[in-house]
Write a protein that binds this ligand. Structure first.
Ligand SMILES: C[S@@+](CC[C@H](N)C(=O)[O-])C[C@H]1O[C@@H](n2cnc3c(N)ncnc32)[C@H](O)[C@@H]1O
Length: 209
């Protein structure tokens, strides 16, 4: 990510004003009360101790400034709700499998410090009492771009093939997924003209004032 962004802004006049730092969220190399806006995208849910992480992000927000975290949202879905091969509900079963997988690998892992409230309360508990949420819809339809297809195929392939994910999806769903990701199979999902990707992206904002 850092390399990508360094290259992206290398020729941009604004780029000279941007500094890049690498550090764990739990231990930021900045003074307290430094930034008007702190933005964190889809990183906090990876932390074994999310409250400590968000409290550290909040520490570097200037008085009256804002901490925005892109987390939660509405799970992506892109396959029709009913397909002959899978029956109904495959989108929901995949979203549920993802949530269960994350819970056992991160939220209830051995080193986890469980925090059982949602994102709004997490911001309040980090010391930012004024909290709001806004959800943006991200969607696209066939024909998908190659990038969109590669992104979706990556997710489906993990659920079809990774041994560590076997426990979270039924054998029937895993077999169906294997057919859906096989370009030589007549069920190859990306040959369908009716795909519609839709996802809700939520940004939670906390401030002290
Ligand atoms: C799902 S990716 C999100 C990447 C990007 N921010 C985005 O929204 O597309 C999760 C990111 O969190 C970062 N991450 C995970 N744990 C972290 C930690 N303790 N401190 C800092 N970054 C962390 C990972 O390196 C990874 O880049």
């Amino acid at each position: 990510m850092l390399e990508f962004n360094r290259n992206r802004f290398a020729e941009d006049p604004v780029g000279k004003r941007i500094q890049f730092h690498e550090a764990p969220i739990q231990d930021l190399p900045f003074e307290a009360d430094t930034f008007d806006l702190v933005w964190s995208s889809r990183a906090v849910h990876h932390l074994a101790d999310p409250l400590t992480g968000v409290t550290e992000l909040a520490r570097v927000v200037a008085p009256g400034g804002r901490l925005a975290i892109r987390e939660g949202g509405v799970a992506a879905r892109f396959m029709p709700t009913t397909m002959e091969l899978t029956g109904t509900g495959l989108n929901e079963r995949l979203a549920d499998a993802m949530e269960s997988w994350f819970a056992s690998h991160v939220h209830f892992a051995e080193d986890a410090v469980p925090y059982s409230y949602g994102w709004t309360q997490l911001l309040r508990d980090s010391g930012l009492p004024n909290v709001s949420a806004k959800t943006f819809v991200h969607e696209f339809v066939q024909p998908f771009t190659e990038e969109q297809q590669t992104f979706l195929l990556g997710g489906l392939t993990r659920w079809a093939e990774d041994e560590g994910r076997e426990a979270y999806l039924s054998g029937a769903d895993r077999s169906a997924l294997k057919r859906l990701i096989d370009p030589d199979d007549n069920e190859y999902v990306f040959n369908r003209p009716d795909l519609h990707f839709i996802e809700g992206i939520t940004v939670y904002v906390g401030s002290s004032a």
